[in-house]
Ligand binder design. Sequence first.
Ligand code: FES
Length: 261
Amino acid sequence: MSTSEEVYAASALDPVETQRLVTENVADTSVFDQSIADRARAIIARYPQARSALLPMLHLVQSVEGYVSQAGITFCADQLDLTNAEVSAVATFYTMYKRRPCGEHLVSVCTNTLCAALGGDAIYAKLKDHLGVGHEETAGEPGTPGSITLEHAECLAACDLGPVLQVNYEYFDNQTPDGALDLVKSLQAGEKPQPTRGAPLTDFRQAELQLAGFFEGRDADLDGPSAAPETVRGAKIAAERGWTAPAMPDNAEFPPLPEKK
Ligand code: FES
């Protein structure tokens, strides 16, 4: 098995956290039963090489446990013929892979520059006060009804609709601190408010299953409206007025590529 040093070189984690994820203790993977193994095989079959299936496989294990546990890392490594260190390096690089169990819902508040200036910082502060937790912490017992994991998020690619937040990666646009507080309170009460756009709300684990490519009879979720009117307004005006971009000339010259150093 590869060492924690290899993982640490490829991840943004401190050595203690890295060591936890690549511990050589034998992890109990029994939580990943035959039905999960079957799904893993279905994911792997989508790719020419098994290792290419790692990202959706990590979403699959999160759909089971609500985070990427040591057992989840071992399960992925066994299925994909990778080392625990290789899986850990990937799982610790991307923020969508959680290192602690998440709540029923994951609330991601954009606090990047534009949203922060428009009120994202105030929204985060209001939710932090209400929930009594900080970044990547959970109010309530993780996984139980009404439990909420709060996190800062970097730009969520919806700056024209800021400040925005996401619940289980579905968008709630043009938020205010009071509106966001009402939203979180309704989640805690077991309600599933309709996102501004996208699929109807489920919960974190169900969203993770969808990210792994399994829709469980919810295929209609794929058809949810994804573009906001504000986002496509420019394209709509151009279409109404017959404006088009100049065609690319057949003999267009491209600037030379810089030499590799
Ligand atoms: S800064 Fe918040 S969506 Fe871009």
